[in-house]
Each structure stands twice: as C-alpha cells, then as structure tokens.
Ligand binder design. Sequence first.
Ligand code: OGA
Ligand code: NI
Length: 344
Amino acid sequence: MEAITRVQRLAEAGIGQVPPQYIQPLDQRPIKPKSPSPPNNIPLIDLSKQSESIKCEIGQACREWGAFHVINHGVPLELLHQIRSVGRSFFEQCPIPEKLKYSCDSSFAASEGYGSKMLANDDSVLDWRDYFDHHTLPLSRRNPSNWPESPPNYRRVVAEYSDKMEALAVKILKYMSESLGLAPSCIKDAVGDFYQNITISYYPPCPQPELTLGLQSHSDMGAITLLIQDDVEGLQVLKDGDWIAVQPLADAIVVLLADQTQIITNGEYISSQHQAITNARKARLSVATFHDPAKTVKISPAFELVSKASPLRYHGVVYKDYVSSWYTKGPDGKRNLDALLLNS
Ligand code: OGA
Ligand code: NI
C-alpha cells in the first residue's frame, strides 16, 4: 500500500549513492557561491526599532531580496525552541510505521499529514526531504487530532505557534503596505482571511549532496511565508543570479515574500526564489508557515500602485487557478508568476 519512499528510510539504510530519481539535472545542482564574495546573509531587520526605520529597511529588503530576517519580533523564543523540538521528536523518535499512520493523501495537493514528494511525471526529480503539513487557519480547518499525539505538547505547541505566526504576518504586511505609501491594511485586505499551513520539513543526511536538492528551486505561491530553521545551514535564496546561503540565526525568523504579494504590489516587491540544499553529515529541520489567500479570492495589482510611470504589470488571477497551474506545471523557478506578466 505504502508506495512512497521515505527519504529518512533511505538515509537510515546507509546507502552510499542516492537512487537515480533524486539526481538533479546538471543545471539544477547546487553550486558553490561565486567569488568575489557575495553578501553572506539576507538583510536583518530589528522590529524593536522606530517604525520609520523599520518601514524603510523592509521596503529596501522587499525590493532587492524578497527575503529578510526579523529579530525582536515578539514571538516568544521559547516557542521557537519548542516547535523545533516537537518536530525533531516526531521525525527522530517516532518509529516509521507509527509515522505512516499520519500519511497524507498524496492523490491531492497540499493534503495534511506526513509526506514525501512523489514523482509528478517522468522527468521530475524527487526532493531529499520528508515533511509534516498541518492545516492551521482558518480555525475551521484546524483539527489537531490529525497531528502527532506525541510528544504530549505537540498539538498545543503547533496551535500556539500558528496564532503567533499569524499575528507576525499581519504586522509585517502592515509595514510593507505603509512602506509603499498604501493604507496599513491594504495588502492584508487584498489577501483576505489567511489560509495558513505549517510545514515541518526534515532533511536527512544525504550521501551525495552535490547531486541532490532538499527542496527544488521555487518561490512560494501564497502571500507571505515565515520560516525558522535549526542550526544546520541549507536554505539558499537567489539574489542577482547567485545563490546566497541563509545563515541560521537562532532567535530570528526568516520572512519570504511569496508570489501573490509580488502581484499585489505590481512587482514593486519581489517574491523570493529559494531552495534547500542537503549535506552529508547532519539532519536539518525547518518550520515554514505559509499564509495564503482563500482559493476563491481574486488577486490583482493594487490600483494605487498603477500609474503612467508605473504601468500595470500583471493580469489578475483567482488564487485557485494559480495553485492548480503551480501543481500541474511545477514551480521551475518563477515560471507561474511570469506567465501572468502583461505583454509577455
Ligand atoms: C518551503 C521552503 C525551505 C526550507 O517549504 O517552501 O522553501 O529551508 N522550505 O525548508
Ligand atoms: Ni519555499
């Protein structure tokens, strides 16, 4: 019945070479950052500063990177520690047969539970990653009995984390709106009520990291993603054609702008193209919290940002259609967003 290969099982079997389905084509394989040395991390923004300087720094980071770290974000550091710890405990303490009880229904996209990427078609390559996806918002989608029972605080920690991430996402979208001269709630109102999913990803050590990716290059399809990682490096963001490693900072949260925000801001702010690489020695864990529009919401550039000097750049799109093209065609960098460009 269980036809999907769990990456963790391959890693634990001690294989010396990765199976062919995990080998990336030459042009997708991880490359060492070029010299002369590129910036060695994404921008760091301190949310305890004065709001004028926060807006200015966020504006610059969103224009140039689509990715930045925030510190003094108001989320209890203990909660960041706890969610990493319950996630690690699920992947490392819970026996695989027990984990399989939570397997997600792989016949449809983004279903809740324990998963690993399957071959979508003959030429797609598998990620060196297992994950657990939680549906957390709106509350009508949140059913903690679908989540691991152990450790005993697992469900409470995920629920609490969901609430704190929502509040932080609202706060950052507000700064972003204001930094563009828009009303504070402009971007959030365009997105509407958040559909929030929390994905805990587990990247086992990989015998051939130079041939594989933990997660292929993509931009996230929703509005804004908040991500934390452990102390093992692996996340990279694309900046002016170079992959820049996002160095782990224990107390910081990584903000990744996603595609709908690029559309709403008419391309003033860019979604981050990113990927995760693997390593041969240490398992890596990350927790990504995605904030998306409802499937029925139509996303279009904010009219306030469109003028003669800054003409309309994107077609509007009903979010459901965006998601289905993402899943049928695959991310392949930012192809789905480019398809909405006017005059292309
Ligand atoms: C994602 C993602 C990166 C990471 O889940 O969309 O980009 O470091 N994750 O796990
Ligand atoms: Ni992502």
